[in-house]
Write a protein that binds this ligand. Sequence first.
Ligand code: GLN
Length: 542
Amino acid sequence: MTRYVFITGGVVSSLGKGLAAAALAALLQARGYKVRLRKLDPYLNVDPGTMSPTQHGEVFVTDDGAETDLDLGHYERFTGVPASKSDNITTGRIYQDIITKERRGDYLGATIQVIPHVTNAIKAFVLDGNEGFDFVLVEIGGTVGDIEGLPFFEAIRQIGQESPRGTCAYLHLTLLPYIPSAGELKTKPTQHSVKELRSIGIQPDLLLCRCDRPIPADERRKLGLFCNVRESAVIEALDVASIYDVPLSYREAGLDREVLDHFGLAPNAEPELGRWRTISERVKNPEGEVTIAIVGKYTGLKDAYKSLTEALTHGGIANNVRVKLEWIESEVFEREDPAPFLEGLHGILVPGGFGQRGAEGKIRAARYARERNIPYFGICFGMQMAVIEAARSLAGIEAANSTEFGDTPEPVVGLLTEWMKGNELERRAAEGDLGGTMRLGAYRASLKEGTKIAQIYGGTEISERHRHRYEVNMAYRECLEAKGLRFSGTSPDGLLPETVEHENHPWFIGVQFHPELKSRPFEPHPLFKSFIAAAVVQSRLV
Ligand code: GLN
């Protein structure tokens, strides 16, 4: 039987609902249950693909090529289960489907309304494809009270009514702020949030309360009483040092036990949390430290690079070191010499990005890393900029550029218009839509034997996730290889460059894909593991 846990949030946003969902999934998984995680996003975009990362954080790409919410990244990292297109939906997509059907005449003259048509579409999505799972955890984006969230709350309310008794739970994540002048954790915002939830027909079964100190017995009693929740189901979600401590901290607070109790399931033996303890221990007690510069353009909002920072942490875990990050807006290097900013750092990473702003600064960072023999990791845009740098400085092609920034006589990076997806040819027109039209999702690549990257992967056949519209131009391969920039990996048909590396450099690798999306704390991605290892070596030199 499949059981549903609906996860809603209240009081304020950014309480970490996605992490809470992922951590609960990890706990249930540690008890041997099969768990699926899904996210409902109330915004009107069809998917987050066209949203600025500075507003909404990173766009997480799945193997099957969906551009999804970054919470799906947490889900994957915590459970190890790859997310898919069918794990995330938005209001925009629901409406797009409904309107397409309406235009086709599928509704046979009916008036299309939020209830039942929109809510039915949401319910159909939530209930679909869950066979074989013991638990389906469904996170609702935003906070209770948001206007655009209402159809989603209504839909999950209906699911509760229509499902067999005892198969649904509502978990509400709230904040208990500490007010220094009163010397107390305040319960009123939570009471109001639950009141709001109850006014739309949802009675939470469990409260997960974010707080910076333990909840005193009195406050716990008050929360139980005023929110109509069992006292034991008021769970403390204490602030923790690392996100990988969250499952252990929830376990301590009794969350999994309470969830099982709600469903009338006797807790089997202790959950198997050994691997979480190991990770937590490693994060807490590293043996050294390296500092990596991230030269990017969305450095104002760290969520814009969520998977990347996690993957670097995983690389640190694999090498037993703490990875400190130095965030640098690449535009700065267009005005100032990079040396004072980068001197003494142990690695430089230029992540994915879009558009011209800051591109020259990234090219300068790549040059600095190449000339000074500092480990350089270029991801997607970061690879493209490194190739332009090599074309300009080593091959003497001064006008080398990317057509992403306008016409150029030397299109070292150009628009990608045709590529193979499995056995099918994908085509894009230069003037096509921006949404959902990039080269997206998992593609295989072949690495050349004897290259550094093949050695790092321990093999030559790989599959990685992509999200790009431009590609390095193969026409320049020969002249760049003659200057030591090896095209170490290509698409299996040999037509698209996938990876490059400088031969005469300790660690200079560019990849057209996003390896950070597949890194997990228990399985650090080989490239991040190796990059941090190179940074450790560098740290001994400086
Ligand atoms: N803007 C570049 C492209 O579309 C790089 C994209 C990225 O870094 N994800 O190809």
